[in-house]
Design a protein around this ligand. Structure first.
Ligand code: UDP
Ligand code: MG
Length: 328
């Protein structure tokens, strides 16, 4: 098969009702672009018929290629596997649910042809999303921006085009905790955005609609790009040392003037307060140690159970690091 110029990657988790439509919409748009393209679908351990549908699409049109994981590994890992499998000169990452309209892809391609290496989708309106989701998303972006020091463009999701050289760099980054929205800006090169309206899901429901799913995402984002939480303990330490200095002076003063200090309750409050801060600090250190432990174990990033039209998968099954070597 002809080597594609454009690769579209979509992670798929229980997206049975949307896959056929996703393929059709991508085909309509990409056939108009007029260059060879491929659609790489990564089934992230779906429990519905998503994997079979990927197989059927591949049988219909070999430009659809696919991977199916042995279980659910999560969005970031599914995208990583998809990127590993692409062959195009430019790779477009898009959700499977058609919230990111494929019609924006030609705009991204135009920017890429102008010489940009990364073209973000910047979302304007977000139809069909709850107030809570929009609010938390906004707060999250602002926090990340101020803590991590990495300039993550505001109001961007994962919908974006990346040049081959950016995809190769991302593939060579070995970390298991893969916060792509931070990794891509980290890479640098020439980056820009195109505006678009984010649509409601075509069908099915969101998998990131609960605090239980979003909180780990936020913690991953912060810990993988910043040591700020670790420094918090030190800042607290300085602050409390400063306070106690003032307290010592006050206590001396009161004693000299024969004033009274209520004893037990104050002591208890201070001890509990410090105990609390120490436990929080320990927890933060624990969080980082846990992450170091995860990295050190060096387990494969993902396990592939089945694939369609993807060569050299043997090594991808063995380790994540091996997959990057067989990319081209
Ligand atoms: N997804 C995935 N693995 C997961 C959860 C989601 O591959 O564990 C995929 C999902 O199929 C979709 C994309 O990630 O293509 C975004 O998920 P979703 O639409 O549920 O999130 P939202 O758009 O609501 O943030
Ligand atoms: Mg969605």
């Amino acid at each position: 098969m002809e080597k594609p110029v454009f690769s579209i990657v979509s992670p798929v988790y229980n997206e049975e009702p949307v896959l056929q439509r996703l393929y059709e919409r991508i085909r309509e748009v990409m056939d108009q672009v007029g260059e060879a393209w491929e659609l790489v679908l990564v089934d992230d351990g779906s429990r519905d018929r998503s994997a079979e549908i990927i197989g059927e699409l591949h049988a219909q049109d070999p430009r659809v290629r696919g991977i199916s994981f042995s279980r659910n590994f999560g969005f970031q890992i599914a995208v990583t596997a998809g990127l590993d499998a692409t062959r195009g000169d430019a790779v477009i990452l898009t959700d499977a649910d058609l919230q990111d309209p494929p019609e924006v892809i030609p705009d991204m391609i135009a920017k890429w042809r102008e010489g940009y290496d990364v073209v973000y989708g910047v979302r304007g309106n977000r139809q069909g999303e709850t107030w809570f989701k929009k609010f938390t998303a906004k707060a999250f972006y602002r926090t990340i921006d101020s803590i991590t020091g990495i300039d993550i463009p505001l109001d961007t999701g994962d919908f974006r085009l990346m040049d081959r050289r950016v995809v190769n760099v991302i593939g060579s980054m070995k970390e298991r905790n893969r916060f792509l929205r931070g990794m891509v800006p980290w890479v640098g090169f020439k980056q820009t955005g195109v505006h678009y309206e984010r649509h409601a899901r075509y069908a099915g429901e969101s998998k990131f609609n609960s605090v239980r799913r979003m909180l780990p995402f936020a913690i991953d984002a912060i810990t993988s790009f910043s040591n700020f939480p670790l420094q918090l303990a030190m800042y607290f330490g300085f602050f409390i040392a400063f306070l106690s200095l003032i307290a010592i002076v006050l206590v001396f003063g009161l004693r000299l003037m024969n004033g009274e200090l209520s004893g037990q309750a104050t002591t208890l409050a201070v001890v509990l307060f410090l105990g609390g801060i120490q436990l929080i600090s320990l927890g933060i250190i624990g969080e980082y140690i846990g992450r170091i432990y995860e990295e050190v174990k060096g387990r494969p990033l993902y396990l592939v159970q089945q694939s369609w039209g993807i060569e050299n998968l043997k090594r991808a099954e063995v380790t994540s690091n091996a997959t990057k070597d067989n990319r081209n």
